[in-house]
Design a protein around this ligand. Structure first.
Ligand SMILES: [Cu+2]
Length: 528
């Protein structure tokens, strides 16, 4: 909470209203008629075609979400105080990670807790409860103090009507400020009423401090027009609340995508392997990869309602989907990987694709769509080994210009692999998204040196590993040598001998508070 900022919203609003007063004059064209069309309905769906059957009724999808706080476990065993959200789709069984109990010491007023006690997951079989006005009641008490990091993933399809109900449960830590919260639907082109910026939209929701009363539940609605990848976050004192962890991924599927069709056998959303089509490209499975980082000093300051200057930002932990290496590759998580992914569906950061499977586009090798989202405050150069991913879009729009359409029609057939906007390193700024499509058929599951090409040393120095006039290696009677590795057959994880790092190329960000490897580091794994 900013102390000084309490007066700023009023100042901002008065400036805004002053500037709006000149708009009608500017909007007149030469005929004196208003140059601005009537605003369309905020939740309009696709316009009916002139001929043919009427469009199907839009599906209404409800998310019941709650704002609160929690202590979050980090990969090096420390714990951080966060604000965040918990909840999910109405009617879908809800599993959430309970706040850990911080322990150990805090060396200074900028340091995190050095240890924690893991307290497992909570469950609500009937799904996230519909928020009630007034005090925290019923199943809502299970969610209080258990904010998730990242926030629950939201997904829907083009043309759906999405209703997000948000209740502010408040904080459990008595020393922390009991701040208002909001939801900003970043990149969804919603109208101002659903924009979630307290200074320009419906005000943020004050915390429920125990007294009965309305005003602590707010409903946002939107109907996405474009398939793509986006994000949502709190916009109350964004310099604080975003840093404190109040953000999540938001995926809009094409209407016919199987990944959007929730059922008993399909949990829906990213990571389920049902695939779909985006910007004309078919993909077999999709992953969300949400980049962010934290500077501990601000979290410690919020914990005690201290004063913190946000320009003193100094991050020391970096995350992919809220996890740092080695947790990103399912290792060392408190409670194990099963516990974590059950509480964070759609957020698996370990990317696996089949080399030999037939793709939905008819070719060999799975096409895996990585949905890059940067919700941190820094710019991140993310680098994949072993592949060049094809950038097919960014910020909810297709990049047709970057993957020139084949001659036989715009976008009916995309640029072949090996051409177009293919990159191994993608620099993503704060607030940006990219769709990065990887063809797993371009690597094998085995990794071998061709016969006779091992590195060798003949006494006068190292020799090229392509020379063949030397004895085979190993040859105990020959010259001394440095033998290179011989790799053959299927070894290692999941029947593959190939594991490709996928990491932040600002390599100090592949650490946990300076300990390498850690941070923004995961892997691409081709499997048979
Ligand atoms: Cu907030």
């Amino acid at each position: 909470m900013h102390k000084l900022k309490k007066i700023l919203p009023l100042l901002f609003l008065s400036l805004l209203l002053t500037s709006l007063m000149v708009v009608p004059a500017l909007a007149q064209d030469e005929t004196g008629q208003p140059g601005v069309a009537e605003p369309s309905a905020p939740t309009a769906v696709e316009v009916a075609p002139e001929k043919g059957p009427p469009p199907p009724a839009p599906t209404t999808i409800i998310y019941n979400l709650y704002a609160t706080d929690a202590f979050i476990p980090l990969a090096d065993g420390s714990a951080v105080y966060n604000y965040g959200f918990v909840g999910g789709r109405q009617g879908v069984p809800l599993t959430f990670q309970n706040s850990v109990t911080p322990g150990g010491s805090r060396a200074g007023d900028t340091e995190l807790w050095t240890s924690f006690t893991y307290t497992g997951n909570g469950n609500i079989p009937g799904g996230a409860p519909a928020p009630t006005g007034g005090p925290v009641t019923g199943d809502e008490t299970l969610l209080l103090g258990n904010a998730q990091f990242p926030a629950p993933l939201i997904y829907a399809a083009v043309g759906d009507v999405v209703e997000i109900r948000l209740k502010n449960l408040g904080t459990t830590l008595s020393t922390a400020p009991n701040d208002p919260h909001s939801i900003h639907l970043h990149g969804l082109d919603v109208d101002a009423a659903n924009d979630g910026v307290p200074e320009t939209s419906v005000g943020a929701i004050p915390a429920n401090s125990g007294a009965p009363g309305a005003g602590n539940v707010i409903v946002y609605m939107f109907s996405p027009q474009y398939a793509g990848t986006t994000m949502w976050h709190c916009h109350q004192e964004a310099d604080i609340h975003v840093q404190m962890g109040m953000y999540g991924a938001l995926v809009v599927y094409s209407k016919e995508d199987k990944s959007n069709q929730y059922s008993a056998y399909n949990n829906g959303g990213p990571g389920n392997g049902f695939g779909g089509t985006l910007f004309g490209w078919k993909y077999d499975k999709d992953y969300v990869l949400l980049e962010s980082e934290i500077g501990p000093a601000q979290h410690v300051s919020e914990e005690i309602s201290g004063d913190y200057n946000p320009v003193d930002y100094k991050p020391t932990y970096w995350f992919l989907n809220g996890l740092s290496f080695p947790n990103t590759i399912h290792v060392n998580l408190p409670g194990g990987w099963g516990d974590w992914i059950a509480a964070h569906p759609g957020y698996d950061p370990l990317i696996v694709g089949s080399v030999g499977a037939k793709s939905s586009d008819g070719s060999k090798g799975q096409k895996v769509l990585i949905r890059m989202i940067n919700m941190g405050y820094e710019t991140q150069p993310m680098h994949m080994h072993g592949y060049h991913g094809k950038v097919i879009g960014s910020d909810q729009r297709a990049w047709i210009w970057a993957n020139a359409a084949a001659k036989n029609g715009l976008w009916n057939k995309g640029t072949p692999w090996g051409e177009g906007m293919e990159k191994n390193t993608l620099t993503i700024g704060s607030g940006e998204t990219y769709e990065w499509l990887v063809n797993f058929g371009l690597q094998a599951v085995t990794s071998t040196y061709p016969s006779g090409t091992q590195t060798r040393f003949d006494g006068s120095g190292p020799q090229s590993n392509t020379q063949t006039q030397f004895p085979p290696i190993p040859d105990p009677s020959g010259p001394p040598y440095i033998g290179g590795p011989t790799v053959a057959g299927l070894v290692g994880l999941g029947g593959t001998s190939q594991i490709f790092p996928f990491h932040n190329h600002d390599d100090y960000k592949a650490t946990n508070n300076g300990a390498y490897p850690g941070g923004m580091f995961t892997a691409l794994i081709p499997v048979p």
